[in-house]
Design a protein around this ligand. Structure first.
Ligand code: HEC
Ligand code: HEC
Length: 223
């Protein structure tokens, strides 16, 4: 190969790969723009309140923080905002078992915090944090999951409930719920939680009757 051909190969080769590099960068930037929603004034205000009360001293968010209290990255997925506001201002009034202290958060601060937590909830975090592993929670690791267990997982019940120590603390522990409630109560509660438990923070289960029955079968095995 002549010197000229070698030089052309070098220059054109470099340009070719530089063009691919630019194209890929452009593509990634486009995706990044879509992975987080817009940051509004209120989201910013909420972040300031988050710092003011040092929430990160107990909680993790987007992978940072302490492991004393639950991860808050996806707080507003499934959890009613009215419940969250009441909890933030006075945890025990919303959940008698709460151990989070009453921090003195004012109404406006609670609204701003919820806007901030709603923003992180909408950030595409590629599946983080992972859902609690139901197979371990149900003591059935290595066995096939029943349809009810699968529904429990896919409907996100563990965001609020724990079984055998794994899951959230918003609602009661369900490890022994099968000895506490009967079929009739459970089915009715799934469809209209507030009819049986006034002011319940549990959202009605939005699923076909057949699924509600399978979920109830699963609850009745928890003894
Ligand atoms: C002293 C530690 C501590 C601090 C500080 C703290 N939390 Fe918590 N938080 C907890 C614990 C523990 C829980 C788990 C539920 C419980 O036992 O109260 C919790 C639960 C929550 C929940 C979930 C409630 C539910 O039922 O799903 C939210 C939302 C929350 N905290 C928000 C905050 C925010 C926002 C701040 C800062 C303003 C904050 N926390 C500061 C300890 C703390
Ligand atoms: C946003 C949080 C939240 C979600 C999500 C949620 N629950 Fe609940 N759940 C609660 C709260 C709070 C209570 C206590 C008040 C009540 O009984 O309605 C409760 C109560 C219950 C009870 C009655 C327990 C008892 O000891 O009386 C059962 C059973 C139950 N939930 C099952 C489920 C199942 C199954 C799912 C998923 C389809 C689910 N929950 C989703 C918050 C939640």
């Amino acid at each position: 190969m002549s010197n000229k051909a070698a030089r052309n190969l070098f220059v054109l080769g470099s340009l070719f790969f530089f063009a691919i590099f630019l194209g890929m960068t452009y593509d990634t930037m486009g995706k990044l723009d879509k992975s987080a929603p817009e940051i509004t004034e209120q989201v910013n205000a909420g972040k300031m309140v988050w710092h003011k009360y040092d929430c990160i001293g107990c909680h993790t968010i987007l992978g940072n923080g302490s492991y004393f209290a639950p991860d808050l990255t996806k707080t507003t997925v499934n959890k009613p905002k009215g419940y969250l506001k009441q909890f933030l201002m006075d945890p025990k009034s919303a959940n008698p078992h709460a151990s989070m202290p009453k921090l003195g958060i004012r109404s406006q601060e609670a609204d701003d915090l919820i806007a901030f937590l709603d923003w992180t909830s909408k950030v595409d975090t590629n599946g983080w944090p992972p859902k609690p592993i139901l197979a371990v929670a149900g003591g059935v690791a290595g066995k096939e999951l029943s349809e009810g267990q699968r529904l429990y997982q896919s409907l996100g019940c563990s965001a609020c409930h724990a079984i055998n120590g794994i899951g959230g603390t918003t609602g009661p522990d369900l490890t022994k719920v099968g000895s506490k409630r009967d079929r009739h109560w459970l089915m009715e509660h799934f469809e209209h939680p507030q009819k049986l438990v006034p002011n319940s923070a549990m959202p009605a289960v939005d699923a076909p009757d057949a699924d509600i029955e399978k979920l109830t079968d699963y609850m009745l095995t928890l003894k």
